[in-house]
Design a binder for this molecule. Structure first.
Ligand code: SAH
Length: 211
């Protein structure tokens, strides 16, 4: 047994209790060691179902939020996924643990470098770069799924245009302080949207985000 194995198992049961049912997501989250992605100062809180500070005024998302968004994407192994907002790297690691090919973009270079160091040790299929993710990453488009882990003022067309037919998008949209989660499916070239209330993210800052 590794350190925090018991705590991680308990977290998975908490997520089940909150309505997460996708076993692919739950299995991936039972394998990614969240304590590697949090500030050592908060290591004993790594398996609480809460967001935590990661520096540069950013946060590692709440495990429930990671589970909910990942479940909404309906992912399978080998799918190509773009993440905007690498942050700690935890969400990207969960996507890669499912077996997806993950491309992730972070605007804070110190966070990017820290996440890269963790990725290097885990041997996962993740390619990370610094920059403004609101314009997407055209070189690897189109994607089976795009996940935005920061709150946007609206759904950027630039990202919708990089989705495959049938591809799925999860993005928090709303004001700076609270957002709705928009879950979109590209259907006959149009993004069909479903809205889920009650999420709170740090702001998405960039050309097609906040100033
Ligand atoms: N997925 C992360 C969540 C980090 S919080 C995790 O699992 O830890 C959201 C992140 O989005 C922050 O690190 C923030 O710096 C980043 N971000 C905000 N706007 C961005 C943009 N335009 N491009 C790339 N990253 C952005």
């Amino acid at each position: 047994m590794g350190r925090f194995d018991t705590e991680r198992k308990e977290l998975i049961e908490v997520l089940r209790g909150k309505g997460i049912t996708d076993e692919t997501v739950l299995t991936a989250m039972s394998r990614v060691e969240r304590h590697l992605f949090v500030d050592p100062m908060y290591i004993n809180k790594a398996y609480d179902d809460n967001a935590l500070p990661i520096g540069s005024q950013q946060t590692i998302s709440q495990p429930f939020t990671v589970a909910f968004m990942t479940q909404a994407l309906k992912l399978n192994k080998d799918m190509k996924v773009l993440e905007i907002g690498t942050g700690s790297g935890y969400q990207a690691a969960v996507l890669a643990m499912i077996g997806c090919r993950v491309f992730t973009i972070e605007r804070h270079i110190s966070l990017l470098n820290n996440a890269r160091k963790i990725f290097d040790g885990l041997n996962l299929r993740i390619v990370a770069k610094g920059g403004d993710g609101t314009i997407g990453w055209t070189e690897h488009a189109p994607y089976d799924a795009i996940i935005v882990t920061a709150g946007a003022p609206n759904v950027p067309d630039s990202l919708v245009n990089q989705l495959k037919e049938g591809g799925r998008l999860a993005i928090p949209v709303g004001g700076r302080d609270a957002q709705q989660l928009v879950i979109g499916t590209m259907t006959n070239g149009i993004l069909e949207k479903q809205i889920v209330e009650g999420f709170k993210f740090v702001p998405l800052i960039g050309k097609n985000g906040w100033n």
